[in-house]
Design a protein around this ligand. Structure first.
Ligand SMILES: Cc1ncc(COP(=O)(O)O)c(C=O)c1O
Length: 340
């Protein structure tokens, strides 16, 4: 099977499992787990922030960030395709009581003038404008990368209007490799940043939220409230450390494979602009008279898994467990589908 459904489907590598076996652990709710402490210090350092907190998922990380940056009734600005609004089960309203205000974008990226149209004057009729969230890379837009300048512009706007900025960096590792910049160049502008170890980096579980010491102390309490306090979780932190040390640079291989897929699909006549594919996510449209759900079923029978996405679209994601042979097998299948 060639599994292109997501970069979350990877199995831990041998090196990761060895790191796990040799990890020293303790009770992390007591703050006693040395491997978790090591991971948190490492992530904070890579992202250029004071402190970090290991959490079970990207969803929990994002939702803790919203919770610690807002009060119920506040308004939060995000792009209309972002993960925290579309794929986190309505958690911003459920957990934080905030109102989301979405910006329509083409590539998941918006600019200060789009925000300017939405933020509210200070008037008792309006919800207080509080937080802006951005996603880098942007999943639903097809792994698009915010430039450092685009984030800097949003940050300057936020400072002028007293807004906070959250960066969902679930795949910021991919962005860094694609843009050839250090993650710090983006994260310096955000009040909170969330990152995932269980996507392109290939760890079995885990994310982190990074910020100031004070905010991470708030985050620790919220994580406990959500039932996310974990005990001898150093075994999983060891996998994340291994992934950070060994799997960041190799993400370029996933990007090259995504590009190969995109170029082949374009040549075959599927609707995609391969030059727009920047990282490990490929989104394309199936030709008229064909159907994306039917293509998913066809792929399954041919040993290639992927997901139907939006209106007649398909999403493919490359990762650690897909090699060049897998890519060629997938291309062969997409060719066969058109003439079947
Ligand atoms: C951009 C983005 N943020 C957050 C998440 C949530 O991560 P998790 O699945 O670990 O909750 C995802 C998951 O795919 C994502 O793509």
């Amino acid at each position: 099977m060639v599994d292109l459904r997501s970069d979350t489907v990877t199995r831990p590598t041998k090196g990761m499992l060895e790191a796990m076996v040799h990890a020293t652990v303790g009770d992390d709710v007591f703050g006693d787990d040395p491997t978790v402490i090591q991971l948190q210090e490492k992530v904070a350092d890579i992202l250029g922030k004071e402190d970090a907190l290991f959490v079970p998922s990207g969803t929990m990380a994002n939702q803790i960030a919203i919770k610690i940056l807002t009060n119920p009734g506040d308004e939060v600005y995000c792009d209309a395709g972002c993960h925290l609004m579309n794929y986190e089960s309505g958690a911003p309203s459920f957990l934080s009581g905030v109102q989301l205000r979405a910006i329509s974008t083409e590539r998941g990226i918006f600019n200060p003038s789009q925000l300017d149209e939405l933020i509210r004057p200070n008037n008792i009729h309006f919800p207080p404008s509080k937080l802006v969230t951005i996603e880098n890379t942007h999943n639903r837009a097809g792994g698009t990368v915010w430039s450092v300048k685009e984030v800097e512009d949003i940050s300057n706007f936020c400072k002028n209007f007293n807004l906070l900025l959250h960066l969902d960096g679930a795949r910021i590792w991919n962005a860094a490799v694609a843009a050839n910049v250090k993650v710090k160049e983006w994260t310096q502008y955000a009040d909170t940043v969330t990152v995932c170890f269980s996507k392109g980096l290939g760890a079995p579980i885990g994310s982190a939220i990074v910020s100031t010491k004070e905010k991470i102390q708030d985050a620790r309490r919220i994580r406990k409230r959500l039932g996310g306090g974990m005990r001898q979780v150093g075994y999983l932190a060891a996998c994340a450390i291994y992934a950070l040390d060994h799997h960041r640079e190799r993400l370029i291989e996933d990007h090259i494979r995504a590009k190969r897929l995109a170029e082949a699909l374009e040549t075959l006549g599927y609707t995609i602009r391969s030059k727009d594919v920047q990282t490990n996510i490929v989104i394309f449209e199936v030709p008229e008279k064909k159907n994306n759900n039917e293509l998913v079923e066809f792929g399954k029978k041919e040993g290639v898994l992927f997901t139907a996405f939006g209106k007649n679209k398909i999403r493919l994601v490359t990762h650690l467990d897909v090699n060049d042979d897998g890519i060629e097998k997938a291309i062969h299948m997409f060719k066969k589908y058109l003439v079947h």
